[in-house]
Design a protein around this ligand. Structure first.
Ligand SMILES: NC(=O)c1ccc[n+]([C@@H]2O[C@H](COP(=O)([O-])OP(=O)(O)OC[C@H]3O[C@@H](n4cnc5c(N)ncnc54)[C@H](O)[C@@H]3O)[C@@H](O)[C@H]2O)c1
Length: 1591
């Protein structure tokens, strides 16, 4: 028999008195009939977005609609582009124009099919078309079904804000067919659930409970949605769409939609215009909107509302209105439906691309909320699940909001708390008692209401297990505050199909192991599996298992011997009789057996063997609780540690109130002690089962408090402030967890006799291995308050302050700092008390507060602690942005790792020089600390192992101290050998530090080492060592630099430049600019770039970046690819690299499915600090997010290619892709279509024009599309004649593009001139004109020989309309200055103009590029461009000398020495420069001899064609010897270019081994700087140079 289709009833929900909301499943026929019968019209206009047209169900509906139309009616269709970006007035207008053109009149019915965007926009169209026509809403997204389609709010967005223009316009019908949800994308589905949960939370407690129950099945189904292909019959397309099996959970989905709609309809009906009640629907939205404003479009509305709800619920709790349990329920259900509950959740952070949500921005965003009351912010406050507090939103203070929004808490002095304050505080239930009560009630007979249960992982798993094993029926009362167990005396316990998953819940796993032995088999199954998370699978359970096995229960270890998972057989019997158990490790084993013992076949005698059992108190607790449940255990009178348990079963008491946790109770009690007020904990007293219940009596009382303890309650009243007495000695072994509380009380205890105020606490050794080493933690943090302590092996001594006034605000030299809490709830709660005592005797209300870090860690046992402290105990609290982010440090140190002989020493020096950082060689540091010799000596004395340990220690100390202080650390090659060092390296990298792997080809390293006689022994093993370490270098580093072998000094210097560029990029000192003007990149598609070194530079002429097509390479391994990048960098002078791996589907060669290699390649690209990565928008999101979340300073180009010309530029596909690019927040969008007609180019230009929110590269492939390449502005991809073939069809060279653009009028030809006299031999014309020619520019530079400035003004400045610029030479460099409207800094300081650039409107800028000629010549020969770190020397006192001084100062020369034949001229020159240039005139040989500084660069600016003065030469020689300590080869630049090798060069080079640079280079660099300034293009330097120096 065929199974019947799933069905749910069709329900009609009234709104504003009319039953117009219809909800059902698969009701398209009903929908069509309703519209046709109840909204009769001549014209129906169906509007939807292009995504909804792809849904098969849309086709079905529209086809049926068309077929059912009565005579005389027509159906029009209009499809909009999807996405919020199209919810605009422009789209509205286009729909209206369409309707007008189609002759729609007032009887038209508009049918909006879609999500909230369509619903809002079409509703608004209907509200104004012909003064209002009818609209029918067919919501298709969950959000639209339950929220936006109901209530009549309609709107469009404006650039100023969302939904700013709109109207209230009620629809005729809202026809909700939940079948639509089948195709809704998973994230949209979950997004809609936020509103559903919100509605239940504010209004419908029953529905909330129902949602809780069904959460798991919902998420399972939604997460398992498949992508399926669907071929439309209305269009020729095949679409890939999502398919969720909602039929499986149909009932649940139907109800959740229906219930949500009912509430919204109810609320709207009573407050249509949102004057009060409707406000409540905004629960979670005040804070949610603020997050959304920052995180959109990466985060969706519902996701932000989800976070907002949790925060607003926490606010409600903070204000004392909502209980902790309710907050926990809310956040649990949101998590269960796949929603985020905090902006810092890892997955959500990655989804939102690590965007931060600063406190001040959040508050700012909140201040523009529509609900606000003037400047006062309003929030909806929840009273309990299903009920709001009051009937509208409430005004809330910024202080309270700040507290809620941050994890760092400011505790103000407790100086406003009245001395007679008397409070009753109920801390959360005890964990130990909660778990025991659950086991006993589940095994007991009768109904037991358990109150004050602790909500923790342990109890959660315990309850789930009891439920699965059918031990008891579990229900909740009091809105989840009370759990009711209906026990059946253990009879119904039965095996279940599921494994019992217990997370990391220790107590639950131990207790349930014995319970499992009591479970009954089913005919088909006779075992159960207990399992847990990875940590649980390591925790011991062996002794308990041994004991149960000995008693007849068969148990197998499924994985690891001695730990979960366990397979417990249920066909064996729990025999009873004598059971022996080793109880020295955990008392939980004892309690586990004790609790189950009454159910054994025979009465049990439990003998604890192996010595004194641990934690006797807990065993006593179990025995006493068993008594409360009707089973009396007796201790053996003859044997120690032995108990008799009778046969029987528990009888459940009708009510069992879990005693509050006594450790938690110490905090409010200590509050009373410290502040001199009174606190009562009403359910812990002298008869308590918990050890910490003694705290009041044994600690606080002897310290001077009045303690009033009954059997069941404890009241503490502190002495007057400052009167607490130290406690000479206390053994806290029975209450170890309370020692932290004792410490903070002791910190202000004094005996008034100045004898040290010492409190000695012992018996707490176990506290060293809790969440942190608590003894050390207390000592460290107390010291911040000025309190001294002494750690003891088994305890701590606290030396109380003489006066509370001596308590200090924790601070360091930079100001107040936070109290660290080590993610330990007890540390945080203890210090929250001491924090309030600082300045608590002053009357200053605004005294500086104390900052406690990681407030949320108290959530482990007492999430509501801060609320109690604030609301019940009266403390003033505030929240604050973390200090770390306000003191952001951009000087993260650099650690350089790599094989020996990789060149670490050299690179480290370069690194320090490039960044201006201090350099430390860790091996040197080691030897310094060792003090007795070299590392070799140390190893000989202590061995390698010890060396590694010491090395790791030093490294971690150094990094701890100087990790943020701008250091370069050079390490020994073997540092990665030790686990500790690797951990430190990884930690440093993960915290934003730079661990740079210096990578050199291993074969080259071996050759190098073989040629070095001083390192023989090492060579044989080097390959093995490399093989061993390679993966470690990789995993520890976050950056890698590949250093190729340099054959010549020039290559070496180039490498230095390349490295400088690299390191300044990865540290963010150099930002990658995205061009805003016309620009291009060339696509290099060789399979091995190293075979084309001669042409690479020329290939990149004129381009702003170079793309390397990785998919075209011969190999993809790290070494090969690294070498390619390195080659490209070196040969193109650091031109920005675009790293592109083009997949086959997108037109490349890379395997479409090899995501493993692809990920590795992207990771290499990021580590190599490439400037740009091309990221295809069709890649799996997981890959995209892994790149985006690790991009550092690399810019991302989000690309999409339509090779098959499937989509024209008006298609919604491009819109979707653009929205996707926005949501991925890529830096540049690159869209490549294919032109099939010339008109496609015009459509593309319209697209370009209307998409300006991101830099957009948009082109059409194919010859027909070539014009789009000419019209594209930013980073147009180009080819080169020197490449074997173009990388894409239709690609042009830059020259071709410029020529075509010129012919279209895009580039106007300009006239340039060189002016001056004599200029007959000037090389400027050839220099510039060569450049124009190569790049296809229509410009020309001519000579204009004159020495008359008037002539220049008349003929050129005033006379040439198309003047492009002037090169100015002698004698006009000064004369031209008065004609300039603007002077550059260099022209001003140098005092001369050599470059004139028109500014338009007859105005001119005067610049000086001579200094750039000098600087760039030096830099291209390997001199650092900044932070040069040496003094400079300038020879001569003329105009060029001035430019040289300016250049050297710009490069960072701290002192510039000047020599010349005539000293007086030097003094004149010096006077005209600012003081900070630090010019020093060297008049004599004596002066020269006295120079202390290192001179590393020199520029000779004296004529070279005349004999040189002897005195000058002798001063010069002395200067040339001052080269000790240079980090590069000392270099002299000759400004004269005739002869090519001047006498000064000869002297410097031959006699003093200086590097010398001939003047021709300076000449060309100077001209090229002019060229680039005028054209905005990178000049073809080498071609120009060759041309200029040809003869
Ligand atoms: N008027 C109100 O009271 C109100 C309330 C809340 C939200 N809103 C507005 O609603 C809008 C958000 O609505 P949304 O979340 O529905 O976004 P949406 O309209 O963009 O829909 C989400 C996406 O899912 C697609 N889609 C919709 N139904 C589908 C289906 N059944 N199958 C496959 N794909 C489907 C859409 O085309 C879209 O791409 C916002 O503009 C917001 O301002 C209005």
């Amino acid at each position: 028999m065929a199974s019947s289709a799933p069905s749910v009833p069709l329900e009609k929900v009234p709104i504003l008195g009319k039953p117009i909301i219809h909800v059902g499943y698969d009701i398209h026929t009903h929908i069509v009939q309703t519209i046709i019968n109840d909204c009769k019209s001549s014209t129906y206009v169906v509007v939807n977005d292009s995504n909804v047209s792809k849904v098969p169900y849309w086709e079905q509906l529209v086809t049926e609609f068309e077929a059912s139309l009565p005579e005389g009616s027509r159906l029009l269709r209009f499809v909009t582009k999807p996405g919020e970006a199209n919810k605009t007035r422009a789209t509205k207008e286009s729909i209206e124009d369409f309707m007008l053109r189609q002759g729609c009149t007032r009887d038209t019915v508009v049918v909006a099919i879609g999500g909230g965007i369509i619903g809002d926009m079409i509703g608004f169209v209907a509200s104004t078309f012909m003064r209002g026509v009818r609209v029918v809403q067919i919501p298709t997204s969950l959000l639209a079904m339950v929220d936006s389609s109901i209530g009549g709010k309609t709107a469009v967005d404006t650039p100023i804000g969302k939904n700013f223009i709109g109207a209230f316009w009620q629809p005729q019908f809202v026809l909700v067919d939940i079948k639509w949800l089948k195709t809704l994308a998973q994230r949209e589905f979950i997004n809609g659930m936020a509103e559903v949960i919100k509605t239940a939370a504010i209004w419908n407690a029953d529905e909330f409970t129902r949602l809780e129950v069904n959460a798991n099945s919902f998420l399972d189904i939604v997460n398992n949605a498949q992508m399926v292909e669907y071929k439309s019959t209305l269009t020729p397309e095949t679409y890939t769409i999502s398919n969720t099996d909602i039929e499986t959970i149909l009932d649940h989905v139907y109800k959740l939609v229906l219930e949500s709609i009912r509430v919204k309809a109810d609320v709207v009906s009573s407050d249509e215009r949102e004057s009060s009640l409707r406000n409540l629907l905004n629960f979670g939205h005040t804070i949610g909107h603020a997050y959304e404003a920052i995180l959109t479009p990466q985060a969706l509305h519902g996701e932000c509302v989800s976070i907002g709800m949790v925060k607003e619920a926490e606010l409600s709790r903070y204000l004392g209105i909502l209980s902790t349990t309710q907050v926990a329920r809310l956040s649990k259900i949101l998590v269960a439906y796949g929603l985020p509950v905090s902006p810092t959740e890892k997955w959500f952070k990655e989804l939102t691309l690590q965007k931060t949500t600063p406190l001040d921005v959040l508050l700012d965003k909140m201040s523009i909320d529509k609900k606000n009351d003037g400047s006062k912010k309003k929030c909806v406050i929840l009273e309990s699940i299903g009920k709001c507090y009051g009937t509208s939103a409430h005004i809330v203070s910024d202080q309270d909001l700040r507290f809620i929004l941050t994890d760092e808490t400011l505790v103000y002095p407790f100086n406003e708390i009245p001395a007679d304050q008397n409070k009753v505080i109920v801390p959360p239930g005890s964990k130990s008692i909660s778990n025991r009560a659950l086991v006993m009630a589940a095994l007991g007979e009768g109904t037991c209401k358990i109150k004050n249960l602790l909500h923790s992982d342990d109890t959660k798993h315990m309850l789930a297990a009891v439920d699965l094993l059918k031990g008891a029926n579990i229900t909740w009362e009091d809105n989840g505050e009370t759990v009711v167990l209906e026990g059946r005396g253990g009879e119904t316990l039965t095996v279940c199909d599921e494994e019992l998953y217990l997370g990391n819940a220790g107590t639950a796993s131990r207790f349930l192991t014995s319970v499992a032995a009591l479970v009954n088999s089913r005919p088909d199954k006779d075992y159960i599996i207990l399992t847990g998370n990875a940590r649980m699978q390591q925790r011991p359970i062996g002794p308990l298992v041994d004991s149960l096995r000995a008693n007849g229960t068969k148990i197998d270890y499924v994985k690891n011997e001695g730990s979960l998972p366990l397979k417990v057989y249920t066909n064996s019997v729990f025999k009873g009789g004598r059971i022996e158990l080793a109880a020295t490790v955990s008392s939980q084993y004892v309690s586990s057996i004790l609790m189950c013992a009454p159910y054994a076949q025979e009465p049990v005698t439990l003998a604890l063997v192996g010595g004194k059992p641990i934690s006797q108190l807990y065993v006593d607790m179990t025995i006493r609780m068993m008594d409360s449940f009707g089973i009396k255990v007796t201790a053996s009178e003859t044997e120690a540690y032995t108990y008799h348990i009778p046969k029987g079963h528990y009888v459940n008491p009708p009510e069992y109130v879990i005693e509050s946790d006594a450790s938690s109770a110490t905090y409010p009690l200590a509050f009373a002690a410290l502040t001199g007020t009174t606190v009562t904990v009403p359910n812990i007293g002298s008869s308590s089962l918990q050890g910490d219940a003694r705290f009041a009596r044994d600690v606080l009382k002897p310290m001077g408090c009045t303690v009033d303890q009954t059997a069941t309650s404890t009241t503490v009243t502190g002495p007057a402030r400052g009167q607490l007495k130290p406690l000479k000695h206390v053994d806290m072994e029975p209450m170890t967890d309370a020692f932290l509380t004792a410490c903070v009380v002791a910190a202000v205890a004094n005996d008034g006799q100045g004898t040290g105020n010492t409190t000695t606490i012992e018996g707490i050794a176990n506290q060293r291995v809790k969440e942190c080493n608590r003894i050390e933690a207390m000592a460290t943090q107390l010291a911040k308050f000025g309190v001294k302590t002494q750690e003891l092996p088994d305890g701590i001594q606290v030396f109380g302050l003489d006066s509370i006034d001596d308590l200090r605000i924790p601070s360091d030299s930079s100001g107040p700092i936070g109290v660290d809490t080590y993610d330990d709830h007890r540390v945080a709660m203890s210090f929250s008390l001491l924090a309030g005592m600082v300045n608590s005797q002053s009357s200053n209300k605004d005294a500086t507060p104390v900052r406690i870090l990681e407030r949320h860690c108290t959530g482990k046992t007492w999430p509501g602690w801060w609320d109690v402290l604030h609301t019940d105990l009266g403390a003033k609290l505030d929240g604050a942005e973390p200090l770390a982010s306000s003191k952001a440090n951009s000087n993260k140190s650099v650690v350089i790792i790599g094989m020996r002989a990789a060149g670490k020493t050299t690179i480290s020096k370069w690194c320090a020089a490039a960044l201006g950082y201090k350099l430390v060689d860790l091996d040197d540091l080691f030897e310094q600390q060792y003090g007795k010799g070299t590392i070799k000596d140390f190893v000989a004395e202590y061995g390698w192992e010890k060396f590694r340990v010491e090395e790791a220690r030093i490294f971690s100390e150094v990094i701890e101290k100087y990790g943020d202080a701008g250091y370069v650390f050079s390490t020994g090659g073997g540092i990665v050998e030790s686990d500790e060092s690797r951990a430190s390296l990884k930690k440093f990298a993960s915290e934003g530090g730079i661990v740079l792997h210096l990578h050199r080809d291993i074969e080259e390293t071996i050759i190098f080492l073989q040629s070095d006689p001083t390192r023989p022994a090492y060579v044989e093993e080097i390959r093995d060592v490399w093989l061993k370490r390679e993966k470690w270098y990789n995993e520890c580093s976050n950056f890698t630099f590949f250093a190729p072998h340099c054959g010549t000094e020039a290559q070496f210097q180039k490498l230095r430049n390349v490295f400088g560029n690299f390191v300044s990029m990865i540290t963010g000192k150099r930002t990658i600019e995205i061009p805003t003007k016309r620009s291009s990149f060339v696509c290099v598609n060789f399979d091995d770039l190293t075979e084309h070194v001669d042409s690479l530079n020329a290939i990149t002429y004129g381009c702003d970046a170079v793309e390397v097509r990785i998919d075209q390479l011969a190999k993809f391994d790290d070494d090969f690819v690294s070498r390619q990048l390195s080659t490209l960098r070196t040969l193109t002078d650091g031109l920005p690299i675009i790293f592109t791996v083009r997949t086959k589907k997108q037109g490349g060669k890379f395997d479409d499915n090899d995501f493993v290699t692809l990920k590795k390649l992207f990771s290499l690209a990021l580590k190599s600090g490439v400037e740009f990565i091309d990221l295809e928008l069709t890649l799996p999101t997981e890959i995209q997010y892994s790149v985006l979340n690790n991009k550092g300073f690399t810019k991302i180009i989000g690309s999409h290619h339509d090779f098959d010309a499937a989509f024209n530029w008006d298609d919604g596909e491009w819109e979707n892709r653009f929205n996707q690019a926005l949501s991925l927040d890529v830096d540049i969008v690159k869209f490549v279509g294919t032109a099939t007609s010339f008109e496609d180019n015009l459509a593309l230009e319209r697209f370009r024009f209307s998409h300006t929110s991101k830099p957009l590269i948009a082109i059409n492939m194919g010859q027909l599309g070539q014009v789009s390449r000419v019209l594209n502005t930013v980073l147009t991809p180009v080819t080169s004649n020197l490449l074997p073939n173009a990388a894409a069809p239709g690609q042009l060279t830059l020259r071709e593009i410029n020529e075509i653009y010129t012919s279209m009028g895009g580039i106007i030809p300009k006239e340039f001139y060189i002016i001056g006299k004599p200029i007959g031999h000037s090389r400027s014309p050839i220099l510039h004109n060569t450049g124009y020619e190569i790049l296809g520019l229509p410009h020309k530079l001519d000579k204009f020989e004159t020495d008359s400035i008037d002539e220049v003004k008349k003929q050129l400045l005033d006379g040439k309309k198309n003047l492009g610029g002037l090169c100015v030479t002698i004698p006009l460099k000064l004369d031209i200055i008065p004609l300039m409207d603007q002077l550059s800094d260099s022209a001003t300081v140098i005092g001369a103009v050599n470059t004139v650039t028109p500014l338009g409107n007859g105005k001119f800028n005067g610049d000086n590029t001579d200094w750039l000629g000098i600087k760039n010549s030096l830099v291209s020969n390997g001199i650092p461009s900044s932070n040069i770190g040496v003094a400079g020397l300038v020879i001569g006192a003329g105009g060029t000398s001035r430019a040289a001084v300016y250049a050297l100062h710009n490069m960072g020369c701290s002192t510039i020495f000047l020599i010349n034949r005539t000293n007086s001229k030097l003094h004149d020159l010096k006077k005209t420069f600012p003081e900070d240039f630090n010019l020093v005139v060297i008049e004599s040989n004596e002066d020269a001899d006295k120079i202390q500084e290192t001179i590393g660069v020199a520029v000779s600016c004296v004529p070279a064609d005349k004999p040189l003065d002897d005195a000058l030469m002798s001063k010069l020689e002395r200067c040339l010897t001052k080269t000790s300590n240079t980090k590069f080869v000392p270099t002299l630049l000759e400004a004269a270019y005739k002869p090519a090798f001047t006498p000064i060069m000869r002297l410097a080079k031959d006699k003093y081994q200086w590097q010398t640079i001939p003047g021709a280079q300076m000449l060309v660099h100077q001209g090229v700087a002019q060229f680039e300034k005028w054209t905005g293009l990178r000049a073809p330097f080498q071609a120009i140079f060759d041309e200029v120096t040809k003869d």
